[in-house]
Design a protein. Structure first.
Length: 640
């Protein structure tokens, strides 16, 4: 039985394998810093293979760069030896929910999720620090001098994250923000499905830089659009020049050729106009005559747009060919001659695609209309109508929590709109700057309206609340406590207000917390262990870790969704986990008997995982394999 690696994927190794498949002649061997033989890329030879397109040296090229950019890329690719530990006490409906709330640094959490959720997320929405000159930023292991290290005092935690105020007077003002954002967006993109998209909220301070780095990571051709979000129509009263009323949301597709907005209308009043329907869905009537422009000589100035459309007596058939008995319709109003909206060739295509139809108006005149589909209209700016004079997100959260707990939360209705137009009813939504948990609130609210089964994954660093803040006085010690309590209250409020339609609504969430690996260092580097320490390492698992802790790290390693159904069984006095009805079966107890192993093998799981210490001798390990070969030879067996 093989050992699980129990660490996140190293993207450098993965990229080397990709190069090896394309250019095997460019791969050689060498020794790494530990003296181990490893694959290396011969870049000189690779440059020769790509000689016509390689840019190097002092060659001019279009590129955005800044100090530490290479380190930011390196941080995105590096593997980590960390895990996510479940916390049932802080969860809601732990055993049945499909939702996740994860506490920890979002870069490490994203790396932990990468293998399991690769290409599975439909929407990533983030509202990161705007870098407005007073934002708290954190960065990961960027090289700093000894003098800088000493000056940090308690700002550097045990994992190497620097928590610091990013003042606009700092010489690294933009650099620190770019380094923080680049690696997280880069890893986040890998989690998106091919038809998925990432939406990032931002204000004017870093809008230009954000567009540049996201263009680089996603490719400019995958930029869907830049949307204006009007949060305060009257403008901010603290601004010196323009009273800023808006922020922005930038939309990027993983693959623009596979992305499309959902067939929804965001404006309820506007939706009432869609009274027609055909095999393609609902549509509204849009006059096919070009009415704008103010030009009263359009027939002369645009002769290619002035021609007759012929309509059958029953108004069901349209054609550009003259047919006896058909009505001859020109683009004329009561007072003047106009034109059709397109040339003959385009109109002919529209007719053949059943996108035009004829109807008599109130005066009995036959008019030509185009079918205007719901999916053809997406707002290019949002104005929140329900709390126009007061920040919508703030008022909703204050009312829900009973006190002021969070400054500048996202707009609930904006978030609902974004989820509505970018996800399907069974999509997974990720927010790795989750703040007050508006994304979870909006997901549950939309699910309650359209009977959706969307799942949310929220990630948030447990940043401590200021002891002088209203949130701290109300009992919330960190941001995560605010977010979790909001989900609890919002979910219950939605169910209370809609008892008949929300009986099956998932308002729960599994709480997971980022921590160091469950495995001792010897697990990852057994060759570094001295003989004198072997007696202390009878188990390679840390003493304070539970079987549930081990289960979730195994799920991450194998690639099993963390929202999967988990059943706990008792087999001959041993605790056995059955995940997704046999997808993964684990037992981490010692001294397993042949009877226990036989019962597990008879379940015919896809994966079976045990502790290495369960194999107290080579003969027992051989028995394990023989039992599985008898009852379930296709099961992949692993140990840790």
């Amino acid at each position: 039985m093989d050992k699980l690696k129990m660490q996140s994927e190293n993207l450098v190794d993965e990229n080397v394998e990709k190069i090896a498949k394309l250019f095997p002649n460019c791969i050689t061997e060498g020794k790494d810093e530990n003296g181990q033989v490893t694959k290396l890329v011969d870049f000189d030879l690779l440059k020769q293979e790509l000689s016509k397109v390689v840019v190097g040296g002092n060659d001019e090229r279009y590129v955005l760069t800044w100090p530490d950019k290479r380190q930011a890329i390196k941080n995105a690719n590096m593997s980590i030896n960390k895990t996510l530990r479940p916390n049932k006490e802080e969860s809601v409906n732990f055993d049945s929910t499909q939702n996740l709330y994860i506490e920890g640094d979002n870069l490490d959490v994203l790396k932990s999720l990468r293998e399991t959720y690769l290409n599975k997320i439909k929407l990533i929405y983030i509202d990161p620090p705007y870098n407005a000159g007073a934002d708290l930023l954190y960065k990961n292991n960027y090289e700093i001098s000894e003098q800088e290290f000493k000056s940090l005092n308690n700002d550097l935690d045990e994992d190497g994250y620097i928590m610091t105020l990013n003042s606009d007077t700092s010489g690294r003002y933009h650099t620190d923000w770019l380094n923080m954002m680049y690696s997280r967006i880069k890893v986040g993109r890998d989690l998106l499905s091919d038809d998925g998209c990432m939406v990032i909220a931002i204000d004017h301070n870093e809008l230009a830089n954000l567009i540049k780095i996201t263009d680089e990571i996603f490719s400019e051709r995958n930029r869907i659009g830049i949307v204006t979000v009007v949060h305060k129509p009257e403008g901010r009263n603290m601004d010196r020049y323009f009273a800023t009323s808006n922020e922005f949301a930038i939309f990027y597709a993983k693959n623009i050729s596979k992305f499309d907005f959902e067939d929804v209308i965001l404006d309820e009043e506007y939706a009432k106009q869609y009274i027609y329907s055909d095999e393609k869905g609902k549509y509204r009537a849009n006059d096919y005559i070009r009415l704008g422009g103010g030009d009263h000589n359009l027939r002369t100035n645009k002769p290619h747009f002035y021609y007759p459309i012929y309509v059958s007596p029953d108004l069901k058939v349209l054609t550009l060919e003259k047919i006896d008995g058909y009505y001859e319709i020109y683009p004329n109003t009561k007072t003047q001659e106009r034109t059709w909206k397109t040339k003959r060739e385009t109109t002919d295509i529209a007719i053949k695609n059943n996108e035009l139809f004829a109807e008599k108006d109130a005066n009995g005149n036959i008019k030509i209309y185009e079918k205007y589909r719901k999916g053809q209209l997406i707002k290019t700016h949002w104005v929140d109508k329900k709390y126009n004079a007061i920040n919508c997100g703030t008022k909703i959260l204050d009312d829900l929590m009973g006190t002021r707990t969070f400054d500048f939360p996202k707009s609930l209705y904006l978030m609902e709109d974004i989820i509505n137009i970018t996800t399907k009813k069974d999509s997974i939504i990720l927010d790795f700057f989750s703040g007050s948990a508006t994304t979870a609130h909006a997901t549950m609210l939309l699910n309650s309206k359209d009977d959706g089964k969307r799942q949310f994954i929220l990630i948030q660093l447990p940043w401590e609340c200021d002891e002088k803040s209203e949130a701290y006085k109300a009992g919330y010690k960190n941001i995560c406590e605010i977010g979790k309590e909001r989900i609890r209250r919002a979910g219950q409020k939605i169910k209370d207000e809609n008892p008949l339609t929300t009986q099956n609504l998932d308002i729960g969430f599994r709480v997971l917390k980022l921590d160091s690996s469950n495995m001792k260092d010897v697990y990852y580097s057994p060759s570094d262990t001295e003989q004198t320490n072997l007696l202390d390492l009878v188990s390679n698992i840390k003493e304070d870790r539970s079987p549930e802790d081990l289960l979730f790290q195994v799920m991450l390693d194998i690639g099993v969704m963390l929202s999967s159904d988990i059943k706990t069984l008792d087999i001959k006095g041993k605790k056995v986990f059955n995940v997704n009805d046999g997808n993964l079966v684990c037992c981490f107890d010692d001294n397993l008997t042949d009877e226990v192993v036989t019962e597990i093998a008879k379940m015919q799981p896809l994966y079976a995982v045990f502790r290495d210490s369960s194999m107290s001798s080579d003969s027992i390990a051989v028995n394990f394999d023989q039992i599985f070969e008898t009852y379930s030879p296709s099961t992949t067996r692993k140990v840790l």
